[in-house]
Structure formats: structure tokens, C-alpha cells
Design a binder for this molecule. Sequence first.
Ligand code: AGP
Length: 607
Amino acid sequence: MCGIIGYTGNENAVPYLLKGLGSLEYRGYDSCGISVFQKGKIKTLKCSGRIQTLSEKLCKNNLSSETGIGHTRWATHGKPNSRNAHPHESQSGLFSVVHNGIIENHASLKEKLVKDGFVFKSETDTEVIAQLLEQNYSGSALSSLSKTVSQLEGSFSLGIICREEEGKIFCVRKQSPLVAAKAESGSFVASDITALLPFSKDIFFFNDDELAVIEKEKISFFDLSGNEIKKTAETIDFSASHQEKEGHEFFMHKEIMQQPHVIKETINAYFKNGRISFENINLNKNELQKTSRIYLVACGSAYHVALSGKYLIEEMAKIPCEADIASEFRYRNPPLNTNTLVIIISQSGETADSLAALRLAKNQGAKTLSVVNVPLSTIAQESDSVIFTHAGPEIAVATTKAYSCQLAVIYLLAAYISSCLFLLSEEEEKDYVSKLSSLDEKIKQALETEPLAKKLSEILGKSKNIFFIGRNTDYPVAMEGSLKLKEISYLQSEAYGAGELKHGTISLIEKGSVVIALCCRKSVFKKMLSNIREVKARGAFVVALVSENQKELAEGADFIISLPETENRFSPSIEIIPLQLLGYHTAKIKGCDIDKPRNLAKSVTVE
Ligand code: AGP
């Protein structure tokens, strides 16, 4: 996902732009650049690779300007190189543009612009915007922007400077998030709050189809017709400390270690007098008694939470549940109606496919509820109800603490629905809540398996085919463990329902294969032992994750990770801990860029 930063004030913009770009690195990128004013012209410097490279380039050029825009690019159209890096200038250098999103009709627009004599330098859709701004310019940059926006189809948040209007930054938001802030040093605009929090906690959130003119002393908002809009800033209580590693080598490690605390925060937020309480979600008993089907819809790790939720909600609330990958849900014409509840799970609240799934559900009359980590994000704002996880900003691209907080919300929600349907008595709910209240302590104990995970990572680092297997609620955890390993260590691995392995894939098991068997779900433990024997007989090196009172039973395993005993329904939260640490240490051994894995973005705001 691309990152936008802009500054205008009485100080040199360049250090602010570089700091802002540094805060946006976690979103994932492959090139970067800035544009500033210099001697009445726009000066643009950009490069492929990291911000450090850009910074060295800027030092050589000794750039200084009170206004500028910057960008980190996650390539969608055109290779990740300096030619395609943002910002993109218009033909005569009248405009410079940074963009997050996709212009879906860029090809037809480009064809017309070329016929009108415009010469393009890059392969990007963004350069089309810069040329259109120039073509539409007749003395007012804001008017040119309004006209240009009316020609664009797709998703975009834009930061623009105009040579004839120094000191101003022109912005617009359509589907891709954009925020702004007024600070003592000047005014800022950015793709998300992490880039603004070091300067101000009073944040303006753009809505779709809103324009803004950012000036040193003021920020003015307009609708597409040019009417001024009065906005008030939201005060965000995220401390900027989340942007510090606080002694950890990588943000991912810090965030793994934060899990006991943030899970406790999340669970406590929804307890009242020993009962589960979701005050501000309009999902009361009557609504739930009319609910005939629940869809849990998400992407990536959040989808793995959705799968866990399916098992748990069906087990506890007896309502048919489906877990859907958002990019599939939105195109398979699911049967939705007013008796359907669609639950969207998303850390960022900006994932394009999850947002599209939400909008589909609403269009079809379904009730919508979202589980989101980022306050005021688009999915949070557009859902009928929202339950916030309290993970705090998650900087590492590979999610850990947000995933675990989503699981905690699912545990609460399953019991809440069950209680509303009179399937969970008050006594049973209090017992459930009491066990959930000690989950953070169990996770602290699970974190003590780090030395084992580190030892195991030395074996994994040399392996060619790695399998994660599990049954029931251990299966989605196996999927999450596999994703963690793949996305940060670039090692190929696969998650499989343990009972399914013998229906084909077991043919891949040979001497040297590593099979990580998740065995904490008691109801299927004996079956897991059989699966361990099956793969062991074919030469696999078997790692067994077991509850502490079962470790003797996991005979035949080559490596055992014993985990604290816990209420079985909550075992996913315990089992994922060594798998997160395993992924982390394997990536570390391989020298990977753990917080910013190649090709990945923190939130995929493009389809
Ligand atoms: C997981 O480590 C990834 N960061 C990715 O799979 C992520 O979970 C997915 O893109 C969904 O993001 P969201 O929760 O912000 O919607």
C-alpha cells in the first residue's frame, strides 16, 4: 500500500517529509520520492529502494523548501524503479502528484492525452493525473483538481503541489484513506495517522469525495462542487511510542511480546460486572434470534480468525456460519438478506476487498458488524456496528497482536451470541469470562517457549517442504502459522487439515520433510497422534505442539513444544505464540527484512 506525506510551514519541509516517510515504511514499498518548491519551480527527487537512499540523494542536492510532498510506492502499475516512483510531474512541471490507489480508466485517459500531445515518462496510472491537472488548469489549481477528479474512475487519495501556488498542498480522497493535521510547525497531510502523531494528536479525517487546501496557517475542506465544509479534528490517544522499537530488534518481536497486555486490554473493554457487554453494537437479542446465517469475511490472517470464529460460533450459538475470503465473497453472489449477519474482520479497516464485501452486504440488506483495530477507519465508519480491538497501532507488516486481539473478540462474541440465544446461562457465562480473564497469563507462559522456537528455526531454515497440520480449531491456527513463516522468511510451507493429508498431499512427505502438528484440541488429540505416526512412518521430522499434560502422549514426535493448559476453546491463542516466534526466528536466521517483507503491504487498499 502506498504512503503519502505532505508538509507546509515556516520550516524546511525536507526533514518532515523524510520523517513522515519513515513512519509510513511499515505499509510496504519498493521506491520513494519527494517534490518541493525551489526558486519558483518544482524540484522532484526519487529513487527505487529504501528511504535511506533517497535521504542520501537529498543531502547531495541540499534541498530546502517550506512546502513539499513525499511518497512511498508499492508498485501496482509499472515496475518498482525510479522512473515509476512518485511524485509524478506534469509535462511542463506545472503540477506534481503523489497517489495511493488505482485509476481504473487510466488507459483510455492516457490514450486521449497522448493524442492531445502529452508525452509520458512512466508506466504508471498516476502520471495520467498529473497530465490531466495540467490540461484542466486555467489559473486555479483547486478548480483543475475538481475537474480532474470528475474524470477519474477507481480509488485515489492525492497530494498535489502547483508551481503557480507555492505554499499550498491540494488533496482529495476517494476510497483510499487520507488524514491531515495542524501543528505548531505547520500543516500536514498523510495516508494514515502514524505519520502525523509525532506532530499532532488532533487529526482531520477526510471522507470520500472531499478536497482540501493545506496551508501553513489553515486547512480548508471542500466538496466536489467547491462548497466549503466545516470539519472538526478528532483527538487520537495513540501514543507515538508505538513507533519506537523500545529495545526490540524488530517491531514484530515487540508486538509479539505486547500480546498479553493488549489481549487483556481488549477483553476488559467488553466486560461489565462479570458479564460480556457490547454496549454500542445494535445486535440485541431480538436481532440475533432472527439471524438465520452469519458470514465472517476477511483477508489473510484476519480470514484465519474468521475460520476460528466459524467453529466457535457454530459450536456455542448453533447458528450456521460461513467463513469467506473477502475477494471470493464479493463475487460469488452469496445469498444475503435482512436475516443475515455479515461480520467483517480487518486490522486496518481499509482492506479494499473487505470494504467491498461490507458494501455488498449492506446493499443486500444484511446486518453488518466489523471487528477493526484502527479507529475511524473506513470499514469501522461504514459498518452498522463495530467492535474495536485494542491492539494499538501495529507497525510490522506481519500481524501478530492484532490477530490475537481479533481472536479474543471472537471468543467474546461467540459467548455473547450464545447468551443472547439463551444457550449459555449466566453461571456458564461467568465461568467462561473467568477463564478468558486468565488468558493473558497463559500467553505469557507460552512466550517462554521462545528458546524452543529459536532452536527449531535452525532446523526449519534448512528445510525444503514444511507442513502445518491441525484439526478443528487447530486447523485455522495451522494456516496462520504457515502464513507467518511464508510471509517473513520466504520459505514455502503449507497448512493442511490433518485428516485430509492422506488424501493426496501425503505423497510429498519424505525424509527431511518437516511436519508441525498442532495437537492442543483435546477432542481430536488421538486422531492427531495417528496422523503423527502416518507422517513419521514416511520419514518426516515431526514437531508436536501439545498441552503440558499431554506431552507424554505425543510419542513419536521428534520435537515437542509443551504449552500451558487452557480452556480448549481458547487454545488458538496459545498455539499461535510459538508459531509466531518460529516464523520470526527463522526469518532472522535468513536475514530477512522482518518488519517490511518483500512484496507485502500492511494494508492492501487495492484489489
Ligand atoms: C498478515 O500477516 C498480513 N499482514 C495480511 O494477511 C493481513 O492480515 C491481511 O492483508 C488483512 O489485512 P486487514 O486485517 O488490515 O484487513
